[in-house]
Design a protein around this ligand. Structure first.
Ligand code: AKG
Length: 273
């Protein structure tokens, strides 16, 4: 299993992330990593832990399954967080000398899953603040629009806006003062959108404030398994706020402190370009 990125991230790729808010990276994760994470999917999907959620509505033929904070509880995931190329990739993309893991997550949409992922952005769910926040979404299957690839609103991370987190499970769960995400589908003519087809082992990296969504998995027989890791760079600090997403535990640190802790350790350091 390759522990270093197969090549340096190019300046063009970094600019794409900075300007569009998302970049597609082909083939950065080899079969060893994919096979290991696929095995873990089977285990976790059959033995869900305390932060798992079934996100499909009753009557949905498929299954939309999520579980978070896997690496704290399982050595295989720990190996990915500390030993895979992921942290070095996001360090280069965010031009950060330090990378902390925020959390990891499985997002699995089995065939015939109607449940979409509605328009949202990620950062307002989490008790952290800063610009260097991103998600690396790793495809463990080929993923197309039909099986639920994400669609992104190009440049929306630069709107200077923060939107209310959208509850995927309990509609009462999140209560913050932020405005709702606007009706993005009603603005199709005014906005620019992008989406990617993923080969197995491809990933996208998207900014924490980039607005995005995904359809269900309309295929009858193709699974959509993704291992998703959320990362922070050196400008990110603790920002506790009520009624947002549960972390595995509340970290014992002052608001405004750097993330370095048992919950969110620094896992990579490198040179900034
Ligand atoms: O996998 C999905 O359907 C949505 C993923 C997503 O919203 C994210 O990773 O931020």
């Amino acid at each position: 299993m390759g522990t270093k990125p197969i090549r340096a991230i190019t300046e063009d790729e970094i600019r794409r992330f900075e300007e569009d808010g998302v970049v597609h990276l082909k083939g950065f994760f080899d079969t060893g990593w994919v096979e290991m994470m696929r095995e873990r999917v089977e285990y976790v999907a059959n033995n869900p832990g305390k932060l798992h959620h079934e996100l499909s509505k009753p009557g949905d033929e498929g299954r939309f399954f999520s579980e978070t904070f896997l690496w704290h509880q399982n050595d295989g995931f720990r190996e990915f967080i500390y030993g895979s190329p992921a942290a070095a990739i996001v360090g280069q993309i965010m031009r950060s000398a330090k990378i902390n893991i925020v959390f990891d997550q499985f997002l699995i949409k089995e065939p015939n899953t109607d449940e979409p992922t509605v328009w949202h952005h990620d950062l307002t769910y989490w008790p952290i603040r800063g610009d260097q926040v991103c998600t690396l979404w790793l495809a463990l299957d080929e993923v197309t629009e039909e099986t639920g690839s994400m669609e992104f609103v190009v440049g929306s991370h630069k709107w200077g806006k923060r939107f209310h987190p959208v509850a995927f499970v309990d509609p009462e769960k999140y209560k913050t003062g932020e405005p709702a995400v606007p009706d993005i589908d009603a603005m199709r003519d005014e906005l620019e959108f992008t989406r990617f087809d993923y080969e197995i082992g491809d990933c996208t990296v998207h900014h924490g404030l980039l607005v995005h969504a995904a359809g269900g998995n309309q295929s009858r027989d193709r699974r959509r398994r993704a291992y998703v890791t959320r990362w922070a760079g050196s400008d990110v600090v603790y920002d506790p706020r009520p009624n947002i997403q549960d972390m595995l535990w509340e970290p014992d640190m002052a608001p405004g402190a750097p993330l370095d802790s048992e919950l969110w350790p620094a896992v990579w350091q490198g040179e900034v370009r």
